[in-house]
Design a binder for this molecule. Sequence first.
Ligand code: UDP
Ligand code: MG
Length: 325
Amino acid sequence: MTAASSDPSARQSLALVIPVYNEEAVVPMLLSEIAAFRTAHPDVTQVVFVDDGSEDRTVELLQQGTAGRDGYWIVGFSRNFGHQLAITAGLGVVQTDAAVILDADLQDPLPVVAEMMDRWREGYDVVFAVRERREGEPGLKRLAAAAFYRFFRWMADLDMPLDTGDFRLVSRKVIDVYNRIGEQQPFVRGIVSWIGFNQIGIPYVRAPRAAGQSKYTLRKLIKLAMSGLTSFSDKPLRISIRLGIGVALLAVAGLLVALGAALFGGKGVTLSAVLIFVGFFFGGVQLLFLGVVGMYLLRVYEAVKGRPRYIVSSEWRSEGAGDLA
Ligand code: UDP
Ligand code: MG
């Protein structure tokens, strides 16, 4: 809890956890930025790259660029398991007193990491970075992300900060709890919020991607959003129950009106067309909520199957003689 910044010998070690997937375009730049950062911050003793099944020269470039230096690890997945599991694997192997999760594409600036380390030394267990602005990303993606965070906040039973991705520092305490959780499809930012302890946000401007293309396809983004919602909210299920009750009451009222008309001889009304569409509408609503129930069932099914969440196929460590950078 106490600040240790004045006494360098009391400084604790820190790791960087960086998931990489087909990032050959950005690796050289990334490595030189990290090297400069480690020269200024020798307490960054470990840098873990988790290769999420890259098919390009990412791993080769990482090995070439870090050979002979200290503390670089590459954990290789047997195939593409996704960003969230890559982070999870990284947190599973770091040996330091804290770790910072960041993207490979330099959208998460290293100077912000230094700021996070300062807050950590003041006693915070989680320092998350809040995007004040995002540069160089399509307007539609920014809008969708902003809408998602607000929708999530309304839906979820969790006080998750807005506009905050996985770029964050987590202390050893948090890492140890995270590693015990073992969710099949982890939504990292949600789980870290849920873990609690002393958390604080710092604002930053998200830089544009330094090179290459986004590796988050629309499909992967939707999967991430669905996994966040189904793991932190039961509201969709509650909404479906309320809607079901509402519709049933309406149907009873309609029946009473129709009965009344039949018994007391109102003029015949041609309601059939309207009724068909009403039928279609509620058919659609039923299918939708069947799907919602299915999403939750799927999570249970995944958990019950008990398969490993990811498969590590290789581990590589750089060997240096005290040469951090
Ligand atoms: N990434 C990953 N596996 C994937 C997709 C992405 O490990 O299946 C990594 C990617 O290499 C990067 C980070 O996750 O380090 C964020 O991806 P990206 O920058 O492409 O996402 P965006 O910033 O466009 O949302
Ligand atoms: Mg990016």
